[in-house]
Design a protein around this ligand. Structure first.
Ligand code: ATP
Ligand code: MG
Length: 289
């Protein structure tokens, strides 16, 4: 730290499902991470931030202890570990759920089925709290990995694990029966950061939000006969758009609008049908209100 300059330390998963998207988010937010993969800590450009690479299980504790000031980790790990950290922002990637699953044909009817059963999981705390709320007593067996094979090898009657598509469950002859929590990657922070660090966190969040706002949006430009502008406005509700600019050619204008990617082709067909020509579709990087 030079001249008392504040550097915010951000913990990111070293490798695994959240690593790439965490680094991509930083990149889109204008934070360049030094390319020395093998190092535990990497200096960044763009903001006074450094990245600390950790296993995801260790991130909540690192933040709670102040080894890192903030971190990007799955909400599931935050809830399981129970350390005192603040969830500052949901990041919209790494979506999954934590669910109970039983072998196909197990005759499952309600959560009562779990009474007295053995359940294998890597999330004993979250599961324990769920059973407590339901007033169900069951045997929770904590195992570190390959939870989904536990029933077929006779280690457990059921499992409680992360599900995203459900493909792993199907391949192991299991059926998802109760969803206990939804998870996604979140930005967590140590409570009570000093003012200097809080200011950097605010800058970071401002940038993350600008990136998020532009997700799934396209910027579309086209030429349109002047007398069809009202039809176009009816087709393109939203923000303060569309923007209409005169063209050198009399009777024509240039129309700019922001369109959701999901609606893009439908809107383009409609715009063509009212006379739009030379349609350009551009990627939006950031949207700052
Ligand atoms: P580490 O080596 O860092 O401990 P890990 O093996 O525990 O990694 P990963 O499998 O990389 O963890 O998953 C990291 C996080 O990604 C999970 O905790 C969860 O929040 C999220 N995630 C999203 N979808 C899935 C999925 N289908 N399976 C597992 N995790 C998922
Ligand atoms: Mg882990």
């Amino acid at each position: 730290m030079e001249n008392g300059e504040k550097i915010l330390r951000l913990a990111v998963q070293a490798k695994g499902r959240l690593n790439e998207e965490s680094l991509a988010l930083l990149r889109e937010a204008g934070i360049t991470v030094e390319e020395s993969k093998r190092k535990l800590v990497a200096r960044c450009g763009g903001l006074p931030v450094e990245v600390l690479y950790l296993r995801d299980d260790d991130i909540p504790q690192a933040v709670a202890m102040g080894v890192a000031d903030i971190g990007i980790v799955g909400l599931n790990e935050v809830e399981e570990k129970g350390y005192k950290v603040e969830v500052l922002h949901k990041l919209g990637f790494g979506a999954c759920r934590l669910s109970l699953a039983v072998p196909k044909g197990a005759g499952y009817d309600s959560a009562e089925w779990f009474r007295g059963k053995r359940i294998a999981t890597s999330y004993p705390e979250i599961l324990g709290r769920y059973f407590e709320r339901k007033g169900i007593e069951a045997e929770i067996h904590e195992i570190a990995g390959s939870v989904e094979i536990a029933p077929s090898v006779g280690m457990a009657d059921a499992i409680f694990d992360i599900v995203s598509s459900g493909g792993t469950l199907v391949r192991n002859g299991l059926t998802e029966v109760e969803e206990v929590m939804k998870s996604e990657a979140v930005l967590i922070g140590k409570p009570g950061l000093d003012n200097g660090k809080q200011a950097i966190v605010r800058q970071l969040l401002f940038r993350f939000e600008a990136v998020e706002r532009s997700r799934g949006l396209k910027y579309v430009l086209m030429n349109l006969p002047q007398d069809r502008v009202n039809d176009a406005v009816d087709l393109l509700p939203g923000l303060k758009s569309p923007t209409v600019l005169p063209l050198a050619e009399p009777g024509w204008c240039s129309l700019h609008a922001v369109i959701r990617e999901a609606d893009l082709w439908a809107r383009i067909e409609e715009l063509k049908s009212i006379g739009a020509e030379d349609i350009l579709v551009l990627t939006m990087e950031k949207m700052i209100p």
